[in-house]
Ligand binder design. Structure first.
Ligand SMILES: Cc1cc2nc3c(=O)[nH]c(=O)nc-3n(C[C@H](O)[C@H](O)[C@H](O)COP(=O)(O)OP(=O)(O)OC[C@H]3O[C@@H](n4cnc5c(N)ncnc54)[C@H](O)[C@@H]3O)c2cc1C
Length: 582
């Protein structure tokens, strides 16, 4: 795939890798500071993963429920993240989220409104109040369209379909990146004062996921890790309760939580509304981890459907509500011959979101590596052991802005260092070697890795399963290194490289966490253990002379929430205790 053309050389103040919501918002901020920015994405600019986001974006606006406050939003996020979220990051997010919505309205996002003009807000699972703003069930698409328009209005340069394979460094500072154009293999070399990774998550390591092909392969996590940045919470992968189960090519595709938000009911093959046995109070509006585990338990308990799922039914709702509020879901199922106004949907859990990722400082979204920043799903911090639906869109936009501001400031204060030609030559040599590996083998190894992770580190885990998966992963790595040469597929070889790293980090951290908490469920350690209210951090292991030789794990303490959020959390506990006594 690499071409014989002269490489394309570009220089900028800040390079933003990724054109999803986080990357686009970061770029706008850098431009607002009057600095040069270059956006690069491996997919077309208006087609990043964010376009899949369906149900909505959260902010405690209190439009329909005036009692809502940012402190209650923060308390819900921390509590439902089973207290593994970073309180500083969570509080910043919830305090600033209303400003994110105001900004999106200014950019022209056509949020649903009540008759009197107030923004509509819907329920999402485990939120105490209605705080999810939405545009039908295509909120992500509407946000990306508005941001792309703003980026185009500002005439910011975007390089589409460019795959970034390496970050470049000098004297320990990140000062650029190396990649290639997917269309013609021409190399791209960018020199920059600072770099922001906004490359999304790593859920494609699972066979069944809500992501599309060749997205969410954990590239940014691997790129950052490769230059010394730490990863955190990698064991915490969200399994969404509802992904399609058939036909095979749509397996895992998301059935948005808005379906449950609008009143969808879960039924097993015996017609029982089974959530009453798992969370009688909140039923289908329970948290994603609980509903995913409930669906999984029904299926493996022999009460599943023909295709290994359960039923999700909205046929009791007025068809007009379904057409107005769930148009995408209606079309998604109509395309496979299911009319959801009359028939139930067949669904099962699917890997959906990376709660872990690069470790960053909340106030700047800087990694520990000078010159390297990160924002969006590629980072860890906010969601703990279970992300609340609707929090990610707010996160990517707020922290995109914050990373843009901080990276711009960094680039202003630190003159961009010249590129290291020897380093580029070495990295290019490695790319040529990867490019010579047969593409079919790389893709088969990816399939194998995805099966291994689904079986070994899925909705329910055990030491035995995780250990077996690690052994299998080592075999896959061995086969990748000994791959035959042939018609190459450099992108597949690079995807595999990132997936091997993020899969290993996920498996090792899952093995280390000997408890069950949120999305991390261990059959051999079924209870939550207070000792484990800690973050697992994964760092590169280095030999004395420098090269990265593997991964090393440690744990870190979490801080306490602020007094004003702690007060709300205490009140929630007292209320729950009161209900137990009733
Ligand atoms: C089906 C679905 C529905 C969802 N619904 C909601 C919802 O209703 N509400 C909510 O809050 N969240 C939702 N989410 C989650 C949310 O959409 C994502 O977490 C969020 O969009 C991530 O945005 P991002 O900007 O961090 O990354 P992404 O949108 O994933 O963008 C990553 C970008 O990085 C680029 N990239 C990656 N690697 C490279 C590389 N090596 N070189 C160059 N470019 C690269 C990609 O091409 C892309 O442009 C949903 C997710 C899914 C899958």
């Amino acid at each position: 795939m690499l071409s014989a053309h002269e490489p394309l050389h570009v220089s900028t103040d800040v390079l933003v890798i990724g054109t999803g919501g986080a990357g686009l918002r970061a770029a706008i901020e850098i431009d607002m500071r009057g600095q040069r920015v270059l956006l690069v994405g491996k997919r077309p600019k208006a087609d990043a993963h964010t376009v899949l986001a369906a149900g909505g974006i959260n902010a405690a606006l209190g439009t329909l429920d005036p009692a809502d406050t940012w402190q209650i939003h923060a308390a819900d996020t921390l509590k439902e993240g089973r207290f593994l979220g970073d309180p500083e990051a969570v509080e910043l997010l919830c305090r600033e989220a209303p400003g994110v919505i105001e900004e999106l309205v200014r950019y022209g996002v056509p949020f649903a409104r009540e008759r009197d003009g107030r923004l509509s807000q819907r329920y999402f699972g485990a939120h105490r109040y209605r705080r999810t703003c939405f545009v039908g069930d295509y909120t992500g698409q509407a946000i990306i369209s508005a941001l792309v328009q703003e980026v185009e209005r500002r005439r910011l340069p975007i390089m589409e379909r460019v795959y970034i394979s390496d970050l470049l460094t000098r004297d320990g500072h990140v000062n650029g990146a190396l990649g290639f154009q997917l269309a013609d293999g021409r190399e791209v070399i960018v020199q920059a004062g600072a770099v922001i990774l906004a490359t999304g998550g790593h859920i494609h390591i699972y066979r069944r996921s809500s992501s599309r092909r060749r997205e969410n392969t954990g590239d940014g996590m691997a790129l950052g890790f490769g230059v010394g940045a730490a990863l955190a919470d990698m064991e915490l992968v969200q399994f969404h309760p509802s992904g399609m189960v058939w036909p095979a090519e749509l397996e895992g595709s998301l059935v948005t939580e808005a379906v449950r938000g609008e009143g969808g009911q879960l039924l097993n093959s015996q017609g029982e509304r089974f959530m009453s046995r798992y969370d009688a109070e909140r039923m289908e509006l329970s948290t994603r981890d609980r509903v995913a585990l409930a669906n999984y338990s029904e299926i493996i308990g022999g009460r599943g459907t023909e295709h290994g799922g359960v039923w999700l039914d909205v046929s009791h709702l007025e068809p007009t509500i379904i057409h107005e509020r769930l148009p995408r879901m209606y079309a998604q199922f109509a395309a496979v011959g299911v009319d959801i106004t009359k028939q139930p949907m067949e669904i099962a859990p699917t890997a959906h979101y990376s709660m872990g990722g690069l470790q960053v400082r909340p106030q700047t979204h800087a990694t520990a590596v000078p010159g390297l920043f990160a924002a969006g799903e590629v980072t860890a911090g906010v969601h703990g052991a279970n992300r609340l639906g609707g929090n990610s869109l707010a996160e990517i936009l707020l922290f995109g802005r914050i990373a843009g501001e901080a990276a711009g400031r960094y680039a202003q204060e630190n003159a961009g260092l010249p590129l290291d030609k020897l380093q580029i030559a070495q990295k290019r040599q490695r790319l040529v070697q990867l490019h010579e590996l047969e593409g079919t083998t790389q893709r088969a190894l990816i399939d194998d890795l995805q099966r291994t992770l689904w079986e070994g580190a899925g909705v329910v885990r055990s030491a035995e399963g995780l250990e077996q998966a690690l052994v299998h992963l080592a075999e896959i790595r061995g086969r990748a290194e000994a791959s035959p040469q042939g018609a190459g597929d450099l992108a597949a070889a690079l995807d595999l490289r990132s997936m091997l790293l993020t899969a290993e980090a996920t498996l090792r951290a899952a093995l280390m966490r000997t408890e069950s908490r949120g999305a991390h469920q261990r059959v051999d350690f079924p209870e939550a253990d207070p000792q484990w209210q800690r973050t697992i951090v994964v760092v590169p292991r280095r030999t004395d002379d420098g090269p990265n030789t593997g991964i090393s794990l440690s744990t870190a303490e979490l801080t306490e929430p602020s007094l004003e959020v702690a007060v709300v959390l205490d009140a929630v506990e007292i209320e729950a205790a009161g209900r137990l006594l009733e």
